[in-house]
Design a protein around this ligand. Sequence first.
Ligand SMILES: [Zn+2]
Length: 336
Amino acid sequence: MSDGPPYSNRSGIDVHGTGTGTWMVQRTREQLPRPPAQPIVGISPDLAFIHANRTDPALTWIGHSSMLLQIDGVNLLIDPVFSARASPVRFAGPKRHQPPGLSADQLPRIDVVVLSHNHYDHLDRRSMRDVARQTGGPPAFIVPRGTESWFAANLPRAARDARVIGCAWDDVVRWPGRTRELELHFLSVQHWSNRTMLDHNQSLWGSWAIVHPDFRFWYSGDLGYSDEPRDIGARFGSFDVAAIAIGAYEPRWFMQAQHVNPEEAVQVMLDVNAREAIGVHWGTFALTDEPLDQPPRDLAAALTARGLPPDRFRVMRHGETRRFGLPGTPAAVDIP
Ligand SMILES: [Zn+2]
């Protein structure tokens, strides 16, 4: 038995915070990140559609990696963060650049909360508590193995009522849709976990394939580039839509192992064989050195460089909903 943390990347890369001090000195000296060149402005959410939707696959971007995914009458909330900061404390830490595209009290009834890993910009105590207190009782929380203890400590009632389902890599949770079943597959990608200085890789991290007979979706979670997206593509064949992290990538010497840049994100889309992709993990919390509005610009350049059309991999506005056609109908319809 080794004394190392219980979980490690399949790629063999150990991602950790070593070098944080050097990075903090550099970014302070260079006054990074610079503010966005253009304001990043959200839109009013289409609450009438979101609350009535029982049929159409649809994705609403709340901001950063928080999304509402609707498939076959099931409302899935991914990595919900509504708080003003992505931080353990309210008075410090990366501050939200604009309000969430959907506030917690604008949500429809949530059936399932899906968590990718325990970093503060993905797992937020107040947001999880708000969702747990929804009218009609808490949703199910489908979470990485090792985070169950966080839920037991912070959402004791949901944990006691067995509404918290911990998953190891390659585990599958089946969930009934209105007409047919969804499968949620927890899949490895290269990243790490921690919430304190003392819990390095004590819980898992990963991506989620959410597969329904009519709609196949993949959420990358946070990831550095590795062979794993290609393995996921080989295993699942294809996805209709992938939500892929495109932000928080500079400086590369520090971020490369844990966060892809837009160029690598395009490769990830091709690796998993997604028909189209949506960029997440940007535009909301200034976590790293690139300006908040840099990821979409770099994404556009990466698509051009690969000879791919701009609508193959796009970003959304905070609060925007995209509806995806069922097979045989046009791929996606923008809501005006
Ligand atoms: Zn992370």
